[in-house]
Design a protein around this ligand. Structure first.
Ligand code: AMP
Ligand code: MG
Length: 705
């Protein structure tokens, strides 16, 4: 399966440092992560760019994300050049040759001299390179194409198929790409060496590594770039806009189309990604960033050879492979509680917006020393919402009420209770500090401060803060739609008569309510018999209407496990044997691009697995930050011996400051779930808990219930 989690597009530069202020003809990089394109970054020179790219690669590798980085210059030269220069007909031989010779610094580099050396080495001073932008003459390098002789093709096969491309032999003049190649390949080569084995370079070699360098050419989407520049108005920098659009194009390119684009092997010359697929690229570039990316079908694959997966490893994998799948929109503040922020939020106004009085009292200018003070009162008063517009003369005071904006001439307030007032005067005793009983403008939050970061689940207090700083709507993601279904021939609906051998579906009402408490939109898909056709229909329906599916029952790898069997044959399924009790294998699967969390049928295991695994996974899909449930160490009121090798969750509650656990650990004991108010989590290692020993208690509230 081809597809990238993160796509970075680079507009390279062959020139010198372009200074601290973002400008055109510098290096620009746009990154699209999880389908969201960030505004392009400005990099003033190649040294800065190399460092920046190295840290991007490190970050993406560490996060386990598959990264593509596109560069807008040829990765190879026309055929014949590599072997004439190096004796090997591989582009990498040229990369190495140049890396050994090119010198680069922000203010100067030796590219023209190296080009002159190449010309000499290949027998002349008239080619293949030409064009010198320096004031001084360069040995072996002609200033213009006059008298040019090139033993190699003027263009690569890719360039012959792409009208408007420049040849890589031309080093100077508007649009010339030759300098970018000479100054770019050594950088790519160093990155490739620094991350050896983890970088593949398309189309020179197969794409097998987590980091992939791609050759791109922004002009393939020139009409879209032109339209976008016009739409943005002002003076947007074209370089920035085109890498943003290109990053979007590669991100949203249809998977099959992307695979076709990538199915090219050109080990010597290289190739331009998307050549011949301009319409598809243009379409993808125009897909607004609202449409979330698809999850990869193989996203739940565990490394081969893993037997029992520790809980933490399983959680880390979920965190790594899942991305937000919901659309971005806006919500009015009053409706935003519990919604997930799609972007950072910045204050538009300070809080408080003006200096104001913290108390009811009298305002004047300046502090006062010890002793008695008398001040004449001016007419009028300042109240919250009723501003005093005049100026209070020095030495006079004015009546002020709590929350009133301080009038001109007032910076200090004395509390009403500390004042005697008579005959248009006030009297009080000092000392009083200047600024007493007032609040400064912005002492809480200043305009432009970032209030919240992406992924925050908005609390009631957040709504107060957002309102206070002048916002009216917030960028939020659509609620995640989670379909819930139960499987099993033995199940009948709650309240329905049951014959011997039948049981009532207990999981579904529980799971629907849990989904609701987690803040998602629950969709009830009912009970499905252990029947392949019915199950397939139900999953199809779920995939059409939901962003994720929770099933319970039938999820093991046994004969009667119809969910597993169907997904094995027609979907993609992975059984995660997680070292956890209670729990059996957790089945993770994809059905038509929608992730399925196949929970065990036993209600206790279903609930614990939903809390421990489905809850954080659904949160990521919904766009929320990863959050670990908050637990507390409390003394145990019980004794328990536990073997090493798996984590255990016990139904528990706290009484008199001690954690009690439910008398039976049986995983069919639903009454224990109801009795409990949280879980005691016992770590993976061996443990002998004695009464009074500290154990970690995680209240159900910490899981969002
Ligand atoms: P399974 O995972 O299908 O093998 O089911 C394990 C156990 O959980 C069996 O005893 C099932 O009858 C029971 N079970 C499965 N689904 C439910 C449900 N929705 N409500 C109550 N019990 C269930
Ligand atoms: Mg079953």
């Amino acid at each position: 399966m081809i597809g990238f989690d993160t796509v970075a597009m680079v507009d390279w530069s062959g020139g010198n440092d372009t200074g601290p202020t973002p400008r055109k003809d510098a290096i620009w990089v746009a990154v699209a992560r999880a389908g969201q394109v960030e505004p392009a970054h400005y990099l003033r020179n190649r040294i800065a760019a190399e460092e920046w790219l190295a840290s991007l690669i490190e970050e993406e590798l560490a996060a386990g994300r598959r990264l593509a980085i596109g560069f807008d210059f040829p990765f190879g030269y026309p055929s014949g050049f590599a072997s004439a220069l190096t004796g090997q007909d591989s582009a990498f031989a040229v990369w190495n040759w140049l890396t050994d010779r090119i010198e680069d610094a922000p203010g100067a580099n030796n590219r023209f001299d190296v080009a002159g050396q190449v010309n000499h080495r290949l027998g002349g001073s008239r080619g293949p390179f030409w064009g010198n932008a320096l004031a001084r003459d360069v040995d072996g390098l002609a200033r213009t194409k006059a008298d040019y002789a090139n033993p190699f093709p003027d263009r690569r096969r890719a360039e012959m198929a792409a009208p408007g491309t420049f040849t890589c032999w031309q080093l100077a003049g508007a649009g010339a790409v030759g300098s970018q190649v000479l100054m770019g390949l050594p950088v790519l080569n160093r990155l490739r060496r620094a991350f050896a084995g983890r970088v593949s370079v398309w189309s020179l070699e197969a794409l097998s590594a987590p980091v992939n360098f791609l050759e791109v050419w922004p002009s393939l989407i020139a009409p879209i770039v032109a339209a976008e520049l016009e739409a943005r108005g002002g003076t947007p920098i074209k370089d920035a806009v085109q890498v943003e659009l290109l990053a979007r194009a590669i991100t949203y390119l249809d998977a099959r189309e992307l695979a076709t684009c990538l199915a090219v092997s050109e080990p010597e010359e290289g190739w331009i990604l998307g050549l011949g697929h301009e319409d598809a690229l243009a379409q993808a570039a125009q897909r607004v960033g609202l449409e979330p990316p698809a999850l990869r079908n193989d996203c739940f694959a565990l490394p081969a050879g893993v037997d029992w997966t520790p809980v933490d490893t399983a959680l880390a994998q979920l965190r790594r492979v899942l991305v937000p799948v919901t659309r971005i929109g806006t919500a009015r503040i009053a409706e935003a509680a519990g919604r997930v922020l799609a972007e950072p939020v910045v204050a538009t106004r300070s809080n408080p917006p003006h200096p104001n009085s913290a108390v009811d009292g009298y305002g004047f200018a300046g502090g006062r020393a010890e002793g008695t003070h008398r001040l004449p009162l001016v007419d009028g008063r300042a109240a919250a919402g009723a501003r005093f517009t005049g100026r209070v003369p020095t030495g006079s005071a004015i009546r002020v009420l709590t929350g009133a904006a301080l009038p001109d001439g007032v910076d200090t307030v004395i509390l009403e209770e500390d004042v005697n007032q008579a005959d248009g005067q006030i009297a009080f005793r000092g000392p009083l500090k200047q600024g007493a009983n007032t609040r400064n403008a912005g002492e809480d939050v200043r305009a432009e401060d970032t209030l919240f970061t992406t992924g925050r689940v908005l609390t009631p207090a957040d709504l107060a803060l957002a309102s206070a700083v002048g916002l009216s709507t917030l960028p939020v993601r659509d609620p995640l739609r989670v379909a819930v279904l139960s499987t099993g021939d033995e199940l009948v609906e709650a309240g329905e008569p049951a014959v011997p051998g039948q049981i009532h579906d207990a999981n579904r009402p529980m799971l629907l309510a849990m989904v609701d408490r987690f803040g998602h939109r629950a969709l009830d898909l009912g009970r499905i018999a252990d029947d392949r056709v019915a199950l397939r229909d139900a999953l199809d329906q779920a995939a059409d209407h939901a962003d994720a599916i929770l099933t319970s029952g039938g999820a093991s790898a046994g004969d009667e496990d119809h969910v597993s069997a169907l997904l094995r044959d027609e979907g993609a399924i992975q059984h995660w044997r997680i070292a956890v009790k209670p729990g059996r294998p957790l089945a993770l699967a994809m059905w038509k691009g929608v992730p399925i969390f196949g929970l065990p049928g036993n209600p206790v295991a279903a609930m614990v697995c939903a809390l421990v695994f489905a809850r954080p996974a659904l949160a990521v899909l919904a766009g929320a930050e990863w959050s670990e449930p908050q637990g507390f160490d409390v003394p145990a009121a019980f004794e328990k011996r536990k073997k090493p090798g798996r984590r255990e969750f016990l139904r528990a509650r706290v009484r008199d400051g001690r954690a009690e656990v439910f008398a039976s650990e049986g995983s069919g004991r639903i009454s224990g779930l109801s009795w409990a108010e949280g879980l005691v989590e016992l770590d993976d290692g061996e443990r002998h808990v004695k009464p009074g020993d500290p154990v970690r208690f995680v209240p159900f509230g910490s899981f969002g219930l």
